[in-house]
Design a protein around this ligand. Structure first.
Ligand code: ATP
Length: 621
């Protein structure tokens, strides 16, 4: 990854901006000093040389076995030094996914392929299987068990699975496997003398950080498969990204703005895209990104649905967004793994009543107590979410003044600042990171012990994604929310979510939830209050009309469809009260793409936080 510490370096500090010999360190191990030291000293963690450089035998994919090793990506030039390490907890233990074992799963759609219970059951190809072993992924996670066979069967998919449950591999594995075996070879996605990149797979994600992370993961999985992975995102020089694409790219990971820019400059063509993935699909199709996504998917040379395979993944999938998304899909399967959102009991959720004017003091107490209880009296990694970019800067400064090492990440920070903040947080050098929603989705930061919603988001899906930054991959985590009168509209949905997740709900919060409110939480309105947070809107529409739609339920049975949902959807009312700081990641100029600038700006200066900012200005403490 070209960014925040994905690569250690030989004989140098772990500064990824200098060009030295590079060593891949996967996201979940980048905080490990021992690993960084091993990389610095040149000691093989998983020596590429151990594996040799013979062309891999690729099972059904051996037609492409003669391809060169992957060489796309800034640090991928020296494959001899590539480190692929395990998925353990850094202490040699394999991640315990047993917490996800009895998760309810539901599929709907026609002719759903059966799930696989082991990787061995799935014919992914020898080279990829070796990489899976190198990653020490022993068994597929539930979403992988279902999504991989569905994808390998060539079916379109809308998949909804809990945060931290392994969705990235669920879409990467089948794509890599299929590209490995595709025939004839596509000359690594190059045309017109190498200037026009023609990827076979396109993975779109909403933020630069997430794109980098997916790129990193995909590169790791495609090691020695001959499949090339590239990435383009805003805020970084386009020429470097283009130079890498010129070497060939089979799988392109991109943020929408930069991708559109490069399409318009005739540097990328989507004519050969056989696989399209929208990660964080509900985010990609909400009112901020939707026009851009439509342009990319419907107004470029990308093959239409049915010709290409399309897969959408998220932990949350409001019905209005499902309806929009169905334009991009053909005869798709809807898959829900577990309750939409948190991995339930793995994340302990606490809600505290804290007035705005007391938030900072309360935070200080919380952090002090975390420090006392932390190992060696150290602060565990703590991610604090605030509403606005200004609030993020201000809280970061205040925390530093109070002796709590903190970084901040938001859409007004330039790419370098964002990378450095993330790197410093991951390494534990600044164990606190203050963030806006730009960091709420997808980021897989190992060992985040505590997520604090200093300002609660406006919708419950936002909350679900934020708290999902902890309690990932079978680990436990803590999420604390500061709640006060201003958050009353969220109370009902919050109580429902907490009850579903077997959390202790304070009585006072239930009282807020019982009050009439102008806001109807996403969960109640979209999901019908069922045990599955994500339900196939087709099913509910059809059941309403005919009482007949094919659905398979594994684990627990699902609830009756909600008439309220259908009515809501028919009104075309989509995700009002959207709470994103829209500041991706897109424009070639390097500035954050300001989608629905009105929204974003209104959000920054809106009345919701005025009181807070005034308090900051008076410097109370
Ligand atoms: N089969 C597996 N065995 C062990 N670890 C796995 C497996 N699949 C994925 N992981 C690990 O689980 C972690 C979470 O995976 P990932 O980031 O893909 O989650 P996600 O579902 O996309 O989360 P989010 O909804 O927050 O984006 C990663 O560190 C990944 O390496």
């Amino acid at each position: 990854m070209s960014g925040y510490g994905a690569w250690g370096e030989a004989g140098a500090s772990n500064d990824c901006f200098r060009s030295r010999r590079t060593f891949y360190i996967p996201p979940h191990l980048r905080h490990e000093r021992s690993l960084v030291s091993a990389a610095e000293s040149g000691e093989a963690y998983f020596g590429a040389r151990d594996m040799g450089h013979r062309a891999p035998r690729l099972g059904r994919g051996n037609r492409r076995a003669s391809r060169e090793p992957n060489s796309v990506g800034i640090a991928c030039d020296e494959m001899g030094n590539l480190r692929i390490s395990d998925a353990g907890d850094g202490a040699g233990n394999v991640i315990d996914f047993s917490a996800y074992e009895d998760i309810p799963v539901e599929t709907s759609g026609s002719d759903v392929p059966p799930p696989a219970s082991t990787f061995a059951e799935i014919d992914l190809g020898e080279a990829l299987n070796r990489n899976i072993q190198r990653c020490r992924y022993v068994n597929p996670t539930p979403v992988q068990r279902y999504a991989i066979p569905i994808s390998l069967a060539g079916r379109d998919l809308m998949a909804c699975a809990q945060t931290g449950s392994g969705k990235t591999a669920a879409f990467c594995f089948p794509i890599i496997s299929e590209i490995m075996r595709s025939s004839p070879p596509l000359k690594n996605g190059r045309n017109q003398g190498g200037r026009l990149a023609c990827p076979e797979a396109l993975i779109l994600s909403p933020t630069r950080e997430l794109s980098c992370q997916i790129h990193d993961e995909a590169k790791k999985f495609s090691y020695q498969t001959g499949v090339r992975v590239g990435v383009v995102y805003g805020g970084a020089p386009a020429f470097l990204q283009l130079r890498n694409l010129e070497k060939g790219v089979d799988i392109l990971v991109a943020t929408p703005g930069r991708l559109m820019d490069l399409i318009e400059r005739a540097r990328i063509s989507l004519q050969k895209v056989n696989y399209l993935v929208l990660d964080e699909a509900d985010r990609m199709l909400d009112m901020g990104f939707e026009p851009q996504i439509r342009k990319i998917v419907e107004q470029t040379d990308m093959p239409p649905p049915g010709t290409r395979q399309t897969m959408l993944f998220s932990a949350t999938f409001p019905h209005g967004i499902q309806r929009l998304a169905s334009d991009f899909l053909k005869n798709y399967i809807f898959l829900t793994v577990g309750r939409v959102g948190s991995s339930t009991e793995l994340i302990k959720q606490r809600v505290e009543f804290v007035l705005d004017m007391n938030k900072r003091n309360y935070l200080k107490v919380l952090l002090q107590s975390d420090k006392v209880n932390g190992s060696h009296a150290k602060l565990p990694l703590t991610l604090i979410f605030v509403e606005t970019k200004r609030a993020a800067d201000s809280l970061q400064n205040w925390l530093c003044m109070k002796g709590f090492p903190a970084s901040a990440i938001h859409g007004d920070r330039n790419q370098l600042e964002r990378e450095q903040a993330l790197k410093s947080f991951k390494s534990g050098a600044t164990p606190i990171m203050v963030a806006t929603d730009v960091a709420s989705r997808g980021l897989d930061i190992p060992h985040v012990a505590h997520v604090i919603n200093f300002d609660l988001p406006r919708d419950i899906d936002g909350y679900v994604h934020r708290i999902g930054r902890t309690g990932r991959a079978g680990k436990s985590g803590l999420a604390t929310a500061f709640f006060n009168e201003a958050n009353q509209p969220l109370a009902k949905a919050l109580v429902e979510l907490m009850q579903e997740s077997c959390q202790e709900v304070p009585n006072w919060l239930c009282q807020y939830a019982d009050r009439p409110s102008s806001y109807v939480g996403e969960r109640s309105r979209h999901h019908g209050g069922g045990r599955f947070g994500g339900r196939d809107f087709r099913k509910e529409d059809l059941q309403l009309r005919t009482g007949n739609y094919k659905s398979e339920s594994y684990g627990e049975s699902s609830c009756a469809p909600s008439h309220e949902d259908a009515g809501f959807l028919n009104n075309g009312d989509i995700k009002s009260g959207c709470s994103y700081e829209v500041g991706d990641d897109s424009c070639s100029a390097g500035a954050d793409y300001s989608l629905g600038a009105g929204d974003a700006n209104a959000y920054d200066t809106g009345s919701y936080n005025v009181g807070y900012d005034q308090i900051v200005a008076t410097g109370w403490d």
